[in-house]
Design a protein around this ligand. Structure first.
Ligand SMILES: NC(=O)c1ccc[n+]([C@@H]2O[C@H](COP(=O)([O-])OP(=O)(O)OC[C@H]3O[C@@H](n4cnc5c(N)ncnc54)[C@H](O)[C@@H]3O)[C@@H](O)[C@H]2O)c1
Ligand SMILES: O=C(O)[C@H](O)[C@H](O)COP(=O)(O)O
Length: 384
């Protein structure tokens, strides 16, 4: 059995080595010829999987080790009877930690002693937005949730949903919707001139979903105005050929790596492996956890002198500080368009190991219960 797989999927040999022969390919440039004789295709988000790629091939199962599926023509796969699996929720914790870290930097920039005084509007309350909301609420933030599809599906739900306009009133607005083009709730350019006009200079807009959810022309126009909001973009229209002038204008610019914790990537591989085993009728023998290496930083201690917010933010940034990715992306924006696109993908391919807060043991001596609860909200292991 031939498995054609994106070389950026971690642990390919460990998970799939005894299922078939693996041919590693560059996901961005995968061609019909490369996939023609494959039985199984494993991709990440940079490969468009559709009729143009697969017509006439032997492929009978496609797996994407990602949450998003907007790069896959699901209808065509279904019509052809080709098996499919994605990895819902695999890197939700990683994205939530990215957002928390960005919010912590925003609070510092605003000179806030208490970061939980910020209100946070979450647009798209699925695996990522839901996990983020839960964590923020446990930390003591006021959160507003906007998810019209869920609001319709769950009319009697306990969760109070707000409109997009109401979410846009929050100090921080963070986008976690999929990219969709079908009405009534299409997200393509969901945030454009009218929505951007609703957020002002003391607010922060984060996009951790898909680049095309925000109209980048409109965003450029808004960022040229004196009362423009701060913006943190992890995802961009037209990746990898993103606009350097937009990178210049946004406050925090990262190369679509919010979900790039090692745990998140490895879980993505495991989920596709499990689905493939089921598809082929094979036993499931492996788990991502068995391959997780020891983290570079494994323990952090705080004493009774630790200031609560400060301690939580320190631990968060031990795991992930987006400023390093921001600096690298800005450097990568030198050169001509082709060089910039290559550099964008290289930053993603050669991404350093990043671990989630769950990899961190926190030792607390004489600290308050609320500080302990804060670390629990982050998923850290506690030693009290
Ligand atoms: N930046 C990254 O690295 C990264 C990582 C993971 C996922 N993502 C993106 O984030 C998206 C969300 O991930 P998830 O795991 O939470 O997906 P999910 O499917 O679990 O949740 C998405 C939620 O968005 C809601 N939604 C759909 N249309 C909406 C609209 N018009 N307005 C408001 N809400 C709407 C859905 O009802 C759903 O509850 C993914 O589809 C993917 O594109 C990005
Ligand atoms: O949808 C997802 O899971 C994320 O956007 C994912 O982290 C994207 O990473 P890529 O597949 O482009 O490596």
């Amino acid at each position: 059995m031939l498995i054609v797989a994106d070389e950026n999927i971690p642990l390919l040999d460990a998970f799939f080595g005894d299922i078939g022969e693996i041919r590693r390919v560059t996901g961005r440039t995968l061609s019909r010829e490369q996939v023609q004789d494959a039985d199984i295709l494993l991709v990440r988000s940079v490969t468009r999987v559709n009729r143009e790629l697969l017509e006439g091939s032997r492929v009978r199962f496609v797996g994407t080790a990602t949450i998003g599926t907007d790069h896959i023509d699901l209808e065509w796969l279904q019509a052809r009877g080709i098996g499919f699996a994605a990895a819902p929720g695999c890197n939700a914790t990683s994205v939530a930690e990215y957002v928390l870290s960005v919010v912590s930097l925003f609070a510092e920039r605003r000179g806030l002693d208490d970061w939980t005084s910020l209100t946070v509007g979450i647009v798209g309350v699925g695996n990522v937005g839901g996990q983020l909301a839960q964590c923020l609420e446990r930390l003591g933030f006021e959160v507003r949730l906007c998810d019209p599809p869920r609001q319709e599906r769950e009319p009697g739900a306990e969760l109070p949903f707000v409109s997009l306009a109401e979410a846009l009133e929050c100090d921080v607005v963070t986008l976690h919707t999929p990219l969709t083009r079908h009405q009534p709730h299409a997200t393509w350019h969901m945030v454009s001139d009218p929505e951007l006009a609703l957020i002002g200079a003391d607010q922060l807009l984060i996009n951790g979903g898909r680049g095309e959810v925000v109209d980048s022309e409109a965003l450029m126009r808004r960022l040229e105005q004196a009362d423009a909001p701060l913006v943190a973009l992890d995802v961009w229209e037209h990746e990898p050929g993103i606009r350097p002038d937009l990178v210049d204008k946004v406050w925090l610019a990262t190369p679509h790596i919010a979900g790039y914790s090692l745990e998140g990537k490895m879980q993505g591989t495991e989920m596709v492996y499990r689905a493939l085993c089921q598809f082929l009728g094979l036993p499931i023998r492996k788990k991502a956890g068995q391959f997780l290496p020891e983290p570079a930083v494994s323990k952090v201690s705080f004493t009774s002198s630790a200031e609560e917010d400060e301690a939580i933010r320190t631990a968060l940034r031990v795991c992930y500080d987006p400023r390093r990715d921001d600096a690298r992306l800005r450097l990568a924006m030198r050169g001509n368009p082709e060089q910039r696109a290559v550099a964008f993908d290289r930053l993603r391919r050669d991404y350093p190991v990043r671990r989630e807060c769950s990899s961190l043991k926190i030792q607390l001596k004489g600290t308050s219960k609320s500080l302990q609860d804060g670390f629990r909200a982050l998923g850290c292991k506690l030693k009290i």
